[in-house]
Unconditional design. Structure first.
Lengths: 233, 233
DNA sequence: CTCCCTCAGATTGGATCCAACCGTAACAGG
DNA sequence: CCTGTTACGGTTGGATCCAATCTGAGGGAG
């Protein structure tokens, strides 16, 4: 049940129904979920560990807000991890999985054509994660998943910039091509380029960060993510 | 208070006072910590997210046990992340920090000479993390920290293999040298080699994994780390 | 003798209750 | 009029209580 609440809350955040910076009141969530506050508290500690929520003791939780610097950080990390993931996955992808990826790719382009940013964001995510299906590394997948989640708000914003779809789509095609050729080296390279280019594109559009308002009151002093582990021994 | 319990429990695990596979009873921990079970439950969800503990619903928590495959996974990830970290850190390290690193390096070698594996493990960790002090990326640091924690049990075992200290020490010296020359490229390269060689060394000593006994009863079916996020939207 | 079923003990997970703490607003004093 | 203080309301965090579930032992049937 704690898991249910966690997943539902996470979805609310990822889909933007809860805005970054917005206060999350335990009681309100509990009422909406039809539970007591206990599972909500569990969910909040989980989401805090995932970096989707910031909690200050005796004050409360807010939807995490990523600064430009943190966004770059996440993308730098992804630039390292996802090429690894795809190169390990490439040799093990089945023909069926490749076919699915091909279809997914068309769905993405369709979503772009009918100008459905929300669907595009979802499908794009799904495409990339599916390219890692040939790899059995739960920890790595978890990390990548978490990184995607953390930047979700900006991916949604990015999807509303019409101009860049073309480039992303051709990069996707290149990735799929490398996968079909079972070429881990190229796949890895293109993956890295794809992520880096996205990062640079986001940097160019720093107006996306103009919305650094407080969203729902309160001075931002952050206290965000996991605490310092292992102080001194 | 939940944080206190989390940190203390984490330390118990990292120092091996709680053996991998060992059952963790909420009530027992609560008694030892002098609290109720509530903060313990919070600590367990946190540690589960960090991968130090595995929890099965309505059954309980156990200290996480890393298989050989997962160990390799962690080291592959570290091979990607730590070179990034050190290359970002190198340009910003102060002379004072470099001096500290030099001293730390001597302490490590001292610990090896007097054959104090426990101290060696601690100092080695501290050395590497301090090489990242020039970098301001909390998320990356957190991930690296977590990866080190996850493999702590094997690092302790590794430190009891006398033969490999020499190589590790010379690699450390090479890293320090690159840092002193403010050469991110070399630092990054050596870091990667260092991690990869350690991984291969651990692989050679697969006898360390013979201890795949159940430690404290119970069939292992795992359910270990963070759940699958974001099923389908 | 073995296997399956049932039941009791133990342990976890959720709900409720209470204390500690923070932020705000009213108020008093300068 | 402004500022510092204080008290109140609201929210979080911890303790306690209760229900739900799993494990293991014991007994009965084949």
């Amino acid at each position: 049940m704690g898991n249910t609440v966690t997943n539902r809350l996470r979805e609310e955040i990822l889909q933007g129904r809860l805005a970054p910076g917005q206060r999350i009141r335990q009681e309100a969530v509990a009422a909406e979920m039809g539970t007591s506050r206990i599972p909500v508290r569990e969910a909040l500690t989980r989401l805090q560990n995932e970096g989707l929520v910031t909690v200050t003791a005796h004050v409360g939780a807010r939807v995490a807000q990523l600064h430009l610097a943190e966004l770059n950080e996440v993308y730098l990390i992804r630039e390292r991890l996802e090429p690894l993931a795809i190169s390990l996955s490439t040799p093990n992808l089945t023909d069926k999985q490749l076919a699915t990826l091909g279809r997914r790719l068309e769905e993405i382009e369709d979503a772009a054509n009918v100008d459905d940013p929300s669907a595009w964001v979802d499908l794009d995510r799904r495409f990339h994660l599916e390219t890692y299906d040939g790899m059995e590394m739960p920890r790595l997948l978890d990390m990548i998943d978490g990184l995607w989640n953390a930047t979700q708000q900006y991916r949604r914003a990015y999807a509303r910039l019409p101009e860049r779809f073309e480039i992303a789509h051709s990069e996707h095609r290149l990735i799929l091509e490398a996968l079909q050729l079972r070429d881990p080296c190229n796949a890895s390279l293109i993956s890295q380029l794809h992520i880096r280019r996205t990062r640079l594109t986001l940097d160019e559009h720093s107006e996306l960060f103009a919305g650094d308002d407080d969203s729902n009151g309160g001075g931002r002093k952050s206290s965000g993510r996991r605490s310092s582990r292992r102080n001194g021994s």
